[in-house]
Design a protein around this ligand. Structure first.
Ligand code: SRM
Ligand code: SF4
Length: 559
């Protein structure tokens, strides 16, 4: 292997298909941590080693090792689970996690604060409920997103089945997970990774399936995207997109967010071959020297879209036809009850920051436990960290609503709050430069007051905050993006279009919260006075010349 490749390539290549020394690390009772190489490999098994950053200094002063614990992320294609699976998810959080469940921006759930000794029992318990964490993280395909709101029930069911198939087709084949965590039998010399190879992908890889007119999955921000094309509720095929991504590094202009390019249209039966071909091109052409430049978006950028498309066509033995016209109307979720075409009802609940816990004024966890006990449909986690109680027959509607209301799951919220999201950030995220989840509710209260003062609180502007520029709440496609820059300070980004079709751009750097509020007050005032009929805030910021639109992010995102 080339000596200059990134050290993670060596770790992967010599791991014996993701086994490394994980068993030994787990058995070592002298530390709450894993050996450094295993702390990389464990991501492929769905968990991260973390330490409580609030306690770092205190522990250092007491000459103690950091307070290590683990975050586990499940694989849940399209965010769908049954009520009985929900009951397990809940029980495991109480017994082996920190008592809360965190819904994520990729339609799954995370447990935080798992002690090393509890990892194996936790993985075993969720697996008994038929939920695994394979590829929850790591340099492989991650949880596959799929529009979760089944208004057109049959089309949704069909598209969801394709999302599951993609997830299965892109799963790593190593038996290591079963051996290490589920005490499965060892396959002597039998392991191979026909798709990924022994060094897997150069970097994480993300796939989403959208059903227009909703762009709730932010399909253009994914490495690989499929946009369902239907006529009168019948699925004809998918437009295929490639090369989207959010992560950037402050001060490094060679990194940038990017929206995926359209490769073309294919029929449903062709999409698995196409997905595998896109992965294979990334496997063979992605950058294995610099992880900062290793995502598919840089591969597409350096190969050029035409060559990339040809290579996918060749490997998948397909010919793309021109992409079909699509029209997306909004990002985010639509709340409350909606009726599916099959006569069942779906209740979308706003879960602030995706954090499910028994809060002093809102026992969310207990409420959902009670709903799970009588619900016969399914639960769907949305890409905006919310939850849908889906497939409720008419006769259970009132009962479920009554429980939801009594447990604070249906509080009155402004549209501007309902359209906002924040990432986890402190205290668990090692990359966080500042707060997000913990400060966001109060910050949004100030923004609500501000918007209310100008009659804009129901305008539903998309506001997203992250504790660093990795972009976990997809802030670069928000109308207002707040991207952590340093303790208590954020870059204020403007110019998204509320549909996830345009990147935003830096408006003011390094602002403290009070400065952000003051800036937004000026901007909201102008918007209230000057906006055109039905013009969203993001479009206004471009038309008013507050920021120029990003056309080619490789060239102009950092201008
Ligand atoms: Fe993320 C890393 C949390 C969605 C881009 N992300 C992390 C880590 C694991 C920090 C780390 O490197 O150790 C965070 C763990 C925090 C914690 O304590 O839980 C973390 N990411 C999250 C979640 C939980 C945010 C949330 O509030 O919901 C989301 C989990 C999704 C899931 O279920 O799989 C989450 N992360 C995203 C998204 C949004 C998406 O995928 O739709 C992005 C932007 C899209 C993209 O990938 O380009 C995203 N996360 C990153 C990056 C930057 C990657 C890059 O290309 O530069 C990192 C850092 C890295 O990979 O080195 C990162
Ligand atoms: Fe952590 Fe940054 Fe992701 Fe927020 S955006 S969870 S701070 S990596």
């Amino acid at each position: 292997m080339d000596a200059k490749v990134h050290e993670n390539e060596i770790i992967k290549g010599s791991s014996n298909f993701l086994r490394g020394t994980l068993r030994k690390s787990m058995a070592d009772e002298l530390t709450g941590a894993l050996a450094p190489a295993d702390a990389q490999l464990c991501k492929f098994h769905g968990f991260y080693q973390q330490d409580d950053r609030d306690l770092r200094q205190q522990r250092q002063e007491q000459f103690l090792e950091p307070y290590y614990s683990f975050m586990l992320r499940a694989r849940l294609p399209g965010g769908v689970c049954t009520p009985s699976q929900w009951q397990t998810i809940d029980a495991v959080a109480q017994r082996l996690g920190n008592g809360s469940i965190r819904l994520t921006t990729r339609q799954t759930f995370q447990y935080h604060g798992i002690l090393k000794r509890n990892l194996k029992p936790l993985i075993q318990q969720i697996n008994k409920a038929m939920i695994d964490s394979i590829g929850g993280c790591g340099d492989v395909n991650r949880n596959v997103l799929c529009n979760p709101n089944p208004l057109q029930s049959q089309l949704h069911a069909e598209v969801y089945r394709w999302a599951r198939r993609i997830s299965e087709a892109l799963l790593p084949q190593s038996n290591a997970y079963h051996e290490i965590w589920l005490d499965g039998e060892r396959i002597e010399g039998g392991d191979s990774e026909p798709l990924y190879g022994d060094t897997y992908l150069p970097r994480k890889f993300k796939t989403a399936v959208a059903i227009p007119p909703s762009n709730d999955v932010d399909v253009y921000t994914n490495d690989l995207g499929f946009v369902a094309i239907a006529e009168q509720g019948k699925l004809l095929g998918f437009n295929v997109l490639a090369g989207g991504g959010m992560g950037t590094t402050h001060g490094d202009t060679s990194t940038f967010p990017r929206l995926a390019d359209e490769l073309g249209f294919v029929e449903p039966r062709q999409i698995i071959a196409v997905a595998q071909a896109v992965v294979a091109v990334q496997r063979d052409h992605g950058n294995r020297f610099s992880r900062r430049h290793a995502r598919l978006k840089y591969t597409v950028e350096s190969m050029g879209t035409k060559r990339f498309r040809r290579e996918v066509e060749r490997r998948a033995s397909v010919s793309f036809t021109p992409p079909r016209p699509v029209s997306f109307e909004h990002q985010g979720d639509r709340y409350g009850w909606s009726e599916g075409s099959d006569g069942n009802w779906h209740l979308t609940l706003y879960i602030e920051n995706g954090r499910i816990a028994d809060l002093p004024d809102a026992p969310l966890m207990t409420g959902l436990r009670k709903i799970a006990a009588l619900h016969r449909g399914d639960f769907r986690i949305t890409p905006s960290q919310n939850l849908i109680v889906a497939g409720v027959p008419n006769q259970l509607k009132n009962q479920i609503e009554e429980i939801a209301r009594r447990h604070g799951l249906m509080q009155q919220r402004s549209s501007i709050r309902l359209n906002s999201i924040a990432c986890v950030a402190l205290p668990t995220c090692p990359q966080a430069m500042t707060e997000a989840e913990r400060c966001f509710p109060e910050f949004m209260t100030r923004i609500e007051q501000l918007a209310g003062a100008y009659g804009l609180d129901e305008m539903g502007t998309v506001i997203r905050m992250t504790g660093c520029p990795n972009g976990c709440a997809r802030p670069f496609v928000a109308e207002v993006g707040l991207v952590g820059k340093g303790p208590g300070s954020y870059n204020l980004m403007l110019g998204g279009d509320g549909r996830g079709l345009r990147l935003n751009r830096l408006y003011r750097a390094n602002l403290k919260e009070a400065e952000i509020v003051a800036e937004l007050e000026r901007l909201f005032k102008r918007y209230a006075e000057e906006r055109l009929d039905r013009e969203c805030f993001g479009d206004f910021t471009i038309r008013a010349g507050l920021v120029p639109a990003v056309v080619n992010p490789a060239e102009d995102f950092h201008d």
